[in-house]
Design a binder for this molecule. Structure first.
Ligand SMILES: C=C1C[C@]23C[C@@]1(O)CC[C@H]2[C@@]12CC[C@H](O)[C@@](C)(C(=O)O1)[C@H]2[C@@H]3C(=O)O
Ligand code: AKG
Ligand code: FE2
Length: 341
């Protein structure tokens, strides 16, 4: 039986601390070390001087703004999000709610072309803008994964990026729109005290790696190891990178997926565009051999990405899905003994 995860919000306080930032124009060995360290310590960092053209981002931002400003009856023609399409307030199939509306799209160009007809009056232009953004986001994700593979000394340099680059990858794009908070009590200084409206509740992303862009409106918060929520300052010139559950399993727990949430307390509307890099449905996820040893026995049993998705859709947003795939400690001791004798 799956127990819902314990809420990590031990206090309502949030604290502004430094967010690790990585300048992608730095040289190779330094870059892979920085990215690995940030991923190990925080499961989260900011990428500056990235390769995604400004125009690729601004074109999608404009398309999104044009869509979300439409009357509800028109937007609903692109819904419900089950799981793909337009969604309003409902997140996933198990009763999670938030102060947001969104478009959830699969990265497959055929699926995008089909969906576009319900989203925009010029579907071929919309498709091309979305495909362009996904292509750039995938490319940047793969660069980061290759740097991680280098930092982890993996013998197959493309062991991680190959999963996301796969033509049949199950990667997604989500465009979230958080309406402005009209209630002044929930905006301004109160939002820093942790009060207010939850836009997207606490969760970790299930995939391998997440690339998040947002407009210049705050809202994103990360959960630190001590349970404190730290506000992440928005930066439209950068991307935020988050380790997902699948990468935690692949690295045998060395990298940890990060719990995060988005608050909707700003008097301005927040827009986020989130690319989730995932493998194909029948890809196997299991701790990479280089990261398993008698001292670090496998923490997770092998599972397919499709199997993981099935489990994820049966759970609530804040549940710790990866716990379902943990090897019990008695088995771990047995496998350690097997290694020794
Ligand atoms: C409540 C749910 C929504 C979600 C699927 C799930 O059952 C649990 C994980 C949720 C999440 C969080 C990150 C991404 O936004 C997302 C697309 C994903 O892959 O996992 C959503 C899912 C969703 O909205 O369908
Ligand atoms: O909008 C945000 O800043 C966070 C969104 C998010 O976590 C998600 O879409 O999975
Ligand atoms: Fe997320």
């Amino acid at each position: 039986m799956v127990m819902p995860s314990q809420s990590r919000i031990r206090t309502k306080k949030t604290r502004a601390v430094g967010i690790p930032a990585v300048d992608l124009s730095l040289g190779r060995p330094e870059l892979s070390e920085l990215i690995l360290r940030a991923s190990e310590e925080h499961g989260f960092f900011k990428i500056t001087n990235h390769s995604v053209p400004k125009r690729t981002v601004s074109r999608l931002e404009e398309e999104a703004a044009e869509f979300f400003v439409k009357p509800m009856s028109e937007k609903q023609q692109a819904g419900p999000a089950a799981p793909f399409g337009y969604g309003c307030k409902n997140i996933g199939p198990n009763g999670d709610m938030g102060e947001l509306e969104y478009l959830l799209l699969h990265s497959d160009p055929i699926s995008i072309a089909e969906r576009s007809t319900t989203i925009c009056s010029d579907p071929s232009n919309f498709s091309s803008v979305v495909n362009d953004y996904i292509g750039s986001a995938r490319q940047l994700t793969c660069v980061i994964l290759d740097l991680l593979a280098e930092g982890l000394w993996l013998s197959d340099k493309y062991a991680l990026s190959g999963l996301v680059r796969d033509r049949q990858s199950d990667s997604l794009l989500r465009i979230n729109h958080y309406p402005p908070a009209k209630d002044v009590k929930n905006s301004g200084r109160d939002r820093d005290r942790g009060s207010g409206r939850v836009g997207f509740g606490e969760h970790s992303d299930p995939q391998i790696l997440t690339l998040l862009w947002s407009n210049d409106v705050e809202g994103l918060q990360m959960c630190q190891h001590d349970g404190l929520w730290i506000p992440v300052p928005p930066d439209p010139n950068a991307f935020y990178v988050m380790v997902g559950d699948a990468l935690q399993a692949l690295t045998n727990g060395r990298l940890k997926s990060v719990r995060h949430r988005a608050m909707a307390n700003s008097p301005k509307p927040r827009l986020s565009m989130v690319y989730f890099g995932a493998p194909r449905l029948n890809a196997w996820i299991s701790p990479l051999p280089e990261l398993v040893s008698p001292q670090s026995p496998a923490l997770y049993r092998p599972f397919t990405w499709g199997e993981y998705k099935k489990a994820m859709y049966s759970l609530r947003l804040s549940d710790s899905r990866l716990d379902l795939f943990k090897i019990q400690s008695s088995n771990k001791i047995a496998s350690r003994i097997d290694c020794i004798v």
